[in-house]
Design a protein around this ligand. Structure first.
Ligand SMILES: N[C@@H](CCC[C@H](N)C(=O)O)C(=O)O
Length: 267
Protein backbone atom coordinates (compact mmCIF):
# COMPACT_ATOMS: atom_id res chain seq x y z
CA UNK A 1 0.00 0.00 0.00
CA UNK A 2 1.37 3.45 -0.93
CA UNK A 3 0.10 7.02 -0.71
CA UNK A 4 -0.68 8.74 -4.04
CA UNK A 5 -1.57 12.35 -4.87
CA UNK A 6 -3.88 12.93 -7.83
CA UNK A 7 -5.59 15.75 -9.70
CA UNK A 8 -9.26 15.61 -10.64
CA UNK A 9 -9.73 17.62 -13.85
CA UNK A 10 -12.12 17.83 -16.76
CA UNK A 11 -12.34 19.20 -20.27
CA UNK A 12 -15.96 20.14 -20.99
CA UNK A 13 -17.16 17.56 -18.45
CA UNK A 14 -15.03 14.69 -19.87
CA UNK A 15 -13.39 13.92 -16.52
CA UNK A 16 -10.01 12.57 -15.53
CA UNK A 17 -7.99 11.35 -12.57
CA UNK A 18 -4.41 12.43 -13.30
CA UNK A 19 -1.32 11.10 -11.52
CA UNK A 20 1.76 13.25 -12.05
CA UNK A 21 4.53 10.62 -12.10
CA UNK A 22 7.24 12.70 -13.72
CA UNK A 23 9.44 12.27 -10.65
CA UNK A 24 8.45 8.86 -9.32
CA UNK A 25 7.27 5.58 -10.77
CA UNK A 26 3.75 4.16 -10.73
CA UNK A 27 2.57 1.09 -12.56
CA UNK A 28 -1.14 0.32 -12.70
CA UNK A 29 -2.93 -2.91 -13.59
CA UNK A 30 -6.19 -2.79 -15.59
CA UNK A 31 -7.97 -3.93 -12.42
CA UNK A 32 -6.54 -0.98 -10.42
CA UNK A 33 -7.54 1.45 -13.19
CA UNK A 34 -11.11 0.09 -13.18
CA UNK A 35 -11.30 0.38 -9.37
CA UNK A 36 -9.99 4.00 -9.36
CA UNK A 37 -12.27 5.01 -12.27
CA UNK A 38 -15.38 3.47 -10.68
CA UNK A 39 -17.81 6.27 -9.73
CA UNK A 40 -19.23 4.33 -6.75
CA UNK A 41 -16.23 2.46 -5.34
CA UNK A 42 -13.29 4.61 -6.50
CA UNK A 43 -12.59 8.26 -7.33
CA UNK A 44 -14.54 8.18 -10.60
CA UNK A 45 -13.54 9.32 -14.09
CA UNK A 46 -14.01 8.68 -17.80
CA UNK A 47 -10.23 8.28 -18.29
CA UNK A 48 -7.25 7.84 -15.97
CA UNK A 49 -4.06 9.62 -17.00
CA UNK A 50 -0.44 9.12 -15.91
CA UNK A 51 2.06 11.91 -16.65
CA UNK A 52 5.52 10.41 -17.06
CA UNK A 53 9.01 11.63 -17.94
CA UNK A 54 9.72 11.56 -21.69
CA UNK A 55 11.82 8.60 -22.83
CA UNK A 56 15.54 9.46 -23.14
CA UNK A 57 15.35 9.02 -26.95
CA UNK A 58 12.53 11.61 -27.27
CA UNK A 59 12.63 15.39 -27.76
CA UNK A 60 9.40 15.69 -25.76
CA UNK A 61 9.09 17.50 -22.41
CA UNK A 62 7.00 14.66 -20.96
CA UNK A 63 4.96 11.60 -21.83
CA UNK A 64 1.37 10.70 -21.00
CA UNK A 65 -0.33 7.34 -20.65
CA UNK A 66 -4.11 7.07 -21.13
CA UNK A 67 -6.49 4.45 -19.71
CA UNK A 68 -10.21 4.22 -20.42
CA UNK A 69 -12.80 3.72 -17.66
CA UNK A 70 -12.83 -0.01 -18.50
CA UNK A 71 -9.07 -0.37 -17.84
CA UNK A 72 -8.00 -0.54 -21.52
CA UNK A 73 -4.90 1.47 -22.43
CA UNK A 74 -5.36 3.73 -25.50
CA UNK A 75 -3.22 6.08 -27.58
CA UNK A 76 -5.13 9.37 -27.69
CA UNK A 77 -7.36 11.61 -25.59
CA UNK A 78 -7.80 15.21 -26.75
CA UNK A 79 -9.48 16.63 -23.64
CA UNK A 80 -6.94 15.01 -21.29
CA UNK A 81 -4.05 16.32 -23.38
CA UNK A 82 -5.32 19.87 -22.82
CA UNK A 83 -5.59 19.16 -19.06
CA UNK A 84 -2.02 17.85 -18.93
CA UNK A 85 -0.75 21.04 -20.62
CA UNK A 86 -2.73 23.14 -18.12
CA UNK A 87 -1.18 21.14 -15.23
CA UNK A 88 2.32 21.58 -16.69
CA UNK A 89 1.64 25.34 -16.65
CA UNK A 90 3.58 26.07 -19.86
CA UNK A 91 3.75 25.15 -23.55
CA UNK A 92 4.91 21.53 -23.81
CA UNK A 93 5.68 18.80 -26.30
CA UNK A 94 4.06 15.55 -25.14
CA UNK A 95 4.94 12.00 -26.20
CA UNK A 96 1.70 10.00 -26.60
CA UNK A 97 0.72 6.72 -28.21
CA UNK A 98 -0.58 8.89 -31.08
CA UNK A 99 2.81 10.58 -31.56
CA UNK A 100 4.33 13.86 -30.40
CA UNK A 101 1.65 16.47 -29.64
CA UNK A 102 2.40 20.16 -29.03
CA UNK A 103 0.29 21.96 -26.42
CA UNK A 104 0.08 25.75 -26.22
CA UNK A 105 -1.37 27.65 -23.26
CA UNK A 106 -3.68 30.45 -24.35
CA UNK A 107 -5.96 32.94 -22.67
CA UNK A 108 -8.33 30.64 -20.73
CA UNK A 109 -7.89 27.86 -23.29
CA UNK A 110 -5.33 25.31 -24.45
CA UNK A 111 -4.56 24.51 -28.08
CA UNK A 112 -3.21 21.10 -29.08
CA UNK A 113 -1.61 20.33 -32.42
CA UNK A 114 -3.24 16.90 -32.77
CA UNK A 115 -1.11 15.82 -35.75
CA UNK A 116 -2.26 14.38 -39.05
CA UNK A 117 -5.56 12.49 -39.11
CA UNK A 118 -5.46 8.88 -40.36
CA UNK A 119 -7.68 8.74 -43.44
CA UNK A 120 -6.98 5.25 -44.79
CA UNK A 121 -9.05 2.20 -43.81
CA UNK A 122 -6.07 0.48 -42.17
CA UNK A 123 -5.28 3.50 -39.95
CA UNK A 124 -8.42 2.85 -37.85
CA UNK A 125 -8.16 -0.09 -38.49
CA UNK A 126 -11.24 -1.40 -40.32
CA UNK A 127 -11.55 -5.12 -40.99
CA UNK A 128 -11.70 -4.59 -44.78
CA UNK A 129 -10.48 -1.98 -47.30
CA UNK A 130 -13.21 0.69 -47.67
CA UNK A 131 -13.67 4.31 -48.73
CA UNK A 132 -13.48 6.09 -45.35
CA UNK A 133 -15.45 9.14 -46.57
CA UNK A 134 -18.53 6.94 -47.12
CA UNK A 135 -18.47 3.49 -45.47
CA UNK A 136 -21.07 1.32 -47.22
CA UNK A 137 -22.46 0.02 -43.91
CA UNK A 138 -25.28 0.80 -41.48
CA UNK A 139 -26.87 -0.12 -38.17
CA UNK A 140 -30.68 0.34 -38.20
CA UNK A 141 -31.31 4.00 -39.18
CA UNK A 142 -27.62 4.95 -38.78
CA UNK A 143 -26.11 4.60 -42.26
CA UNK A 144 -23.35 5.98 -44.51
CA UNK A 145 -20.78 6.83 -41.79
CA UNK A 146 -17.30 8.25 -42.28
CA UNK A 147 -14.22 6.93 -40.46
CA UNK A 148 -11.18 8.88 -39.19
CA UNK A 149 -8.28 7.99 -36.92
CA UNK A 150 -6.96 10.63 -34.52
CA UNK A 151 -4.51 8.05 -33.19
CA UNK A 152 -7.68 6.32 -31.97
CA UNK A 153 -10.53 4.99 -34.11
CA UNK A 154 -13.68 7.05 -34.80
CA UNK A 155 -16.79 6.36 -36.85
CA UNK A 156 -18.96 9.42 -37.60
CA UNK A 157 -22.64 9.49 -38.56
CA UNK A 158 -24.13 12.72 -39.93
CA UNK A 159 -27.84 12.79 -39.06
CA UNK A 160 -30.71 15.32 -39.16
CA UNK A 161 -31.55 15.04 -35.45
CA UNK A 162 -28.68 13.92 -33.18
CA UNK A 163 -30.82 14.02 -30.03
CA UNK A 164 -33.24 11.45 -31.50
CA UNK A 165 -30.55 8.73 -31.82
CA UNK A 166 -30.63 6.09 -29.06
CA UNK A 167 -26.84 6.22 -28.60
CA UNK A 168 -26.92 4.34 -25.30
CA UNK A 169 -28.32 1.30 -27.15
CA UNK A 170 -26.61 1.64 -30.55
CA UNK A 171 -23.23 2.88 -29.24
CA UNK A 172 -22.12 -0.43 -27.67
CA UNK A 173 -23.46 -2.40 -30.64
CA UNK A 174 -21.33 -0.40 -33.09
CA UNK A 175 -18.33 -0.17 -30.71
CA UNK A 176 -18.09 -3.97 -30.67
CA UNK A 177 -18.94 -4.65 -34.35
CA UNK A 178 -16.34 -6.93 -36.03
CA UNK A 179 -15.85 -4.20 -38.69
CA UNK A 180 -13.70 -2.49 -36.01
CA UNK A 181 -11.07 -5.00 -34.79
CA UNK A 182 -9.85 -2.56 -32.10
CA UNK A 183 -13.41 -1.37 -31.28
CA UNK A 184 -14.41 2.20 -32.12
CA UNK A 185 -15.60 5.55 -30.72
CA UNK A 186 -19.08 6.35 -32.09
CA UNK A 187 -19.86 9.96 -33.07
CA UNK A 188 -23.36 11.27 -33.91
CA UNK A 189 -23.21 14.70 -35.55
CA UNK A 190 -25.58 17.16 -37.11
CA UNK A 191 -24.86 20.39 -38.93
CA UNK A 192 -26.45 23.64 -37.78
CA UNK A 193 -25.95 27.32 -38.60
CA UNK A 194 -23.62 27.69 -35.58
CA UNK A 195 -21.38 24.69 -36.41
CA UNK A 196 -21.37 20.97 -35.72
CA UNK A 197 -23.34 19.43 -32.86
CA UNK A 198 -21.92 16.18 -31.52
CA UNK A 199 -22.72 13.34 -29.11
CA UNK A 200 -20.15 10.60 -28.51
CA UNK A 201 -20.29 7.02 -27.28
CA UNK A 202 -16.66 6.47 -26.27
CA UNK A 203 -14.93 3.13 -26.62
CA UNK A 204 -14.23 1.83 -23.12
CA UNK A 205 -16.08 4.68 -21.38
CA UNK A 206 -19.62 4.97 -22.79
CA UNK A 207 -21.52 8.25 -23.15
CA UNK A 208 -19.33 11.22 -22.18
CA UNK A 209 -20.06 14.95 -21.99
CA UNK A 210 -17.31 15.65 -24.54
CA UNK A 211 -14.64 13.89 -26.59
CA UNK A 212 -11.75 15.93 -27.99
CA UNK A 213 -10.57 13.37 -30.54
CA UNK A 214 -14.23 12.79 -31.50
CA UNK A 215 -14.64 16.53 -32.19
CA UNK A 216 -11.44 16.48 -34.33
CA UNK A 217 -12.48 13.34 -36.24
CA UNK A 218 -15.98 14.73 -36.87
CA UNK A 219 -14.66 18.08 -38.12
CA UNK A 220 -12.22 16.26 -40.43
CA UNK A 221 -15.02 14.02 -41.78
CA UNK A 222 -17.32 17.05 -42.31
CA UNK A 223 -14.56 18.96 -44.13
CA UNK A 224 -13.77 15.90 -46.31
CA UNK A 225 -17.48 15.74 -47.23
CA UNK A 226 -17.39 19.51 -47.94
CA UNK A 227 -20.15 20.16 -45.37
CA UNK A 228 -18.02 22.85 -43.66
CA UNK A 229 -14.59 24.43 -43.84
CA UNK A 230 -12.26 24.99 -40.87
CA UNK A 231 -12.12 26.47 -38.27
CA UNK A 232 -15.39 24.95 -37.09
CA UNK A 233 -17.06 25.14 -33.66
CA UNK A 234 -18.03 21.68 -32.39
CA UNK A 235 -20.75 21.82 -29.73
CA UNK A 236 -20.80 18.90 -27.30
CA UNK A 237 -23.13 18.34 -24.30
CA UNK A 238 -20.40 19.78 -22.01
CA UNK A 239 -19.40 22.80 -24.13
CA UNK A 240 -17.67 23.87 -27.32
CA UNK A 241 -14.31 23.09 -28.94
CA UNK A 242 -12.87 24.87 -31.96
CA UNK A 243 -11.33 22.52 -34.51
CA UNK A 244 -9.25 23.62 -37.47
CA UNK A 245 -8.03 21.46 -40.34
CA UNK A 246 -7.05 21.94 -43.96
CA UNK A 247 -6.61 18.76 -46.05
CA UNK A 248 -2.97 17.66 -45.90
CA UNK A 249 -2.22 19.49 -42.65
CA UNK A 250 -2.35 18.81 -38.92
CA UNK A 251 -5.57 19.11 -36.88
CA UNK A 252 -5.73 21.84 -34.25
CA UNK A 253 -8.05 21.65 -31.23
CA UNK A 254 -8.72 24.58 -28.84
CA UNK A 255 -10.81 24.45 -25.67
CA UNK A 256 -10.94 25.02 -21.92
CA UNK A 257 -9.78 22.90 -18.98
CA UNK A 258 -10.98 22.80 -15.37
CA UNK A 259 -9.01 21.75 -12.29
CA UNK A 260 -11.60 20.40 -9.84
CA UNK A 261 -9.48 19.38 -6.82
CA UNK A 262 -6.26 17.73 -5.69
CA UNK A 263 -6.71 14.60 -3.58
CA UNK A 264 -4.80 11.74 -1.97
CA UNK A 265 -5.52 8.04 -2.02
CA UNK A 266 -3.86 4.88 -0.66
CA UNK A 267 -3.68 1.78 -2.84
N1 LIG B 1 -12.16 11.39 -24.14
C1 LIG B 1 -11.14 11.30 -25.08
C2 LIG B 1 -10.93 10.00 -25.81
C3 LIG B 1 -10.52 8.87 -24.85
C4 LIG B 1 -10.12 7.58 -25.53
C5 LIG B 1 -11.23 6.91 -26.28
N2 LIG B 1 -12.33 6.52 -25.43
C6 LIG B 1 -10.67 5.68 -27.01
O1 LIG B 1 -10.85 4.57 -26.53
O2 LIG B 1 -10.06 5.86 -28.07
C7 LIG B 1 -10.91 12.55 -25.90
O3 LIG B 1 -11.17 13.64 -25.36
O4 LIG B 1 -10.39 12.46 -27.01
Amino acid sequence: MAHHRFHKMHGLGNDFVIFDCREHDLSLSAEQVRALADRHLGIGCDQLIVMRPAPASSTADMAMQIFNHDGSEVSACGNATRCVVALAGRDVLIETGAGLLRGTLGDGAVTIDMGLPGLEWDALPLAYPMDTVHLPVGWEDLTDPAAVSMGNPHVIFFVDDGAAVDLERLGPLIEHDPLFPERVNVNIAHMADDGLHLRVWERGAGLTLACGTGACATAVAAIRRKLVSGPVPVHLPGGTLTIDWQPGSNVSMTGPTTHVFTGEIDF
